[in-house]
Design a protein around this ligand. Structure first.
Ligand code: HEM
Length: 413
């Protein structure tokens, strides 16, 4: 049984190899299969960090969930689910199935096609010949997971994390409730869009009878490796993340801890805003106005008065209403992991419907994200070119240990 190609033992196992392996080993990789990690010889995360299994496999297991401080993959889907049942056992069943699927797909495997030609195949099949493509699947829980309309649906209200509340209403927003919130959120990222879509599609299939999809967003971001990606306004987006890019920085900014229930220690809060960017207006704006909007130079990404992208911001050079100036004035930091989106043409205006799926991770949304959002929504020059259309806050639990299922520490014990 050959799992690794001969020439390069580090090269990843294709999904087809994985299927062959399952047939040879008679393991029956189906939804009911367990311990896929053992079959794949998954490398355990070292030092509590998310371990890269090979060039293109990122472990599902570790102290923290993957997909939070993981360097951004090119494609992202964000799915929000509403749990339809009211009993905890059906939620447990769903999370067990989801976990098995995540274990399998992040390791580059697919479910067994199935021997009964009269039944639909277990797996939808579009990734059979594709590698894992740095697939990560990150779970978060919304306020309604713990309590909906005052009701403790699953008997877990006492385990709610400390800061999980809907993001309060802000000035200048016109939110679409059908694109906001949700009981459970799944962020799926991969270097290959088909791999990412396959994961989200099969997670949706597995939820049949247990959950319905509220909304599904897809995003992309692209950069030369090692360079900061640019958003659809053409500016480098994510530069300031470098200020906390070390384990002490992530502890300060991203990982929840003090005062949180045990399952949330090492987790993080995901703040989501869907922000439409008025590209036609922006594209008619002078370079100076564009640069004044951010307080940074467009080409280099350097802050006003500086020459290097990562040089410290000189606040004395910042225009009063510049985005960076306002963010810095709050004295807070967040970890941004945004993706661009495009969605055809707005039929009402004929303008392109495009923008930013703003995602940020932080340990305390009340002190970090919300004051920043409030400040920006009232004063930011960027508001001339943007409009917020959706919003959500989710609590993402700490990472999984092999053998555990997602949410187990909340749903049991
Ligand atoms: C369409 C909407 C947005 C666009 C196009 C945008 C774009 C940018 C750009 C180009 C930068 C400068 C480079 C960098 O450090 O990444 C930046 C910085 C930043 N943005 Fe945004 N942003 C948007 C929305 C938001 C929102 C909603 C928040 C939070 C409420 C936010 C928080 C920040 C923060 C904290 C920084 C870093 C400031 C610093 O410390 O230097 N942004 N953004």
């Amino acid at each position: 049984m050959e799992l690794e190609p001969k020439e390069n033992p580090k090269q990843s196992v294709s999904r087809r190899d994985f299927l062959k392996l399952s047939a040879i080993a008679g393991t029956g990789i189906t939804l009911g299969a367990a311990g896929m990690g053992a079959i794949m010889g998954i490398v355990k995360p070292e030092n509590g960090k998310v371990a890269a299994l090979s060039d293109d496999r990122i472990s599902l297991y570790g102290q923290h969930q993957a997909g939070i401080i993981t360097p951004q993959q090119t494609y992202m889907y964000l799915a929000s689910f509403h749990l339809t049942g009211n009993d905890r056992s059906s939620v447990i069943r769903l999370f067990r199935d989801w976990t098995k699927f995540c274990d399998l797909s992040t390791a580059g495997g697919t479910m067994k096609t199935g021997d009964n030609t009269l039944l639909p195949p277990n797996d939808t099949g579009e990734t059979l010949d594709l590698p894992a493509a740095r697939l990560t699947i990150t779970f978060g829980f919304g306020p309604t997971f713990f309590r909906e309309e005052g009701k403790d649906r699953f008997g877990i209200a006492a385990k709610a994390p400390r800061y999980l509340k809907d993001i309060p209403r802000m000035p200048r927003e016109n939110l679409d409730p059908s694109l906001s919130g949700g009981d459970v959120c799944i962020q799926v990222c991969a270097e290959d869009q088909q791999v990412a879509f396959h994961a989200v599609r099969n997670l949706i299939r597995l939820s049949t009878g247990y959950a319905t999809v509220n909304w599904l967003q897809e995003g992309f971001i692209s950069a030369t490796p090692g360079k900061t990606p640019r958003n659809l306004f053409g500016f480098k987006d994510g530069t300031a993340n470098s200020e906390h890019d070390n384990s002490a920085g992530y502890d300060d900014v991203v990982w929840a801890g003090e005062g949180e229930p045990d399952w949330m220690k090492g987790g993080s809060y995901l703040a989501y805003r869907k922000i439409r960017m008025l590209l036609e207006v922006w594209d008619r704006t002078s370079l100076k106005d564009q640069e004044d909007t951010f307080g940074r130079y467009k080409e280099s990404g350097a802050a006003y008065g500086r020459s290097g992208e990562f040089d410290a911001v000189d606040m004395s050079q910042q225009p009063g209403s510049a985005h960076v100036n306002l963010a810095k004035q709050t004295g807070q930091r967040i970890h941004r992991r945004a993706y661009s989106y495009t969605n055809g043409i707005d039929p009402r205006t004929g303008n392109v419907d495009a923008g930013l799926l703003f995602l940020s991770y932080q340990k305390n949304p009340e002190t970090q994200f919300i004051p920043m959002l409030r400040m920006m929504q009232s004063k930011d020059k960027l508001n001339e070119y943007t409009s917020h259309v959706a919003s959500a806050l989710f609590a993402c639990p700490r990472g999984l240990k092999e053998g555990q299922y997602i949410g187990q520490n909340i749903l049991e014990g």
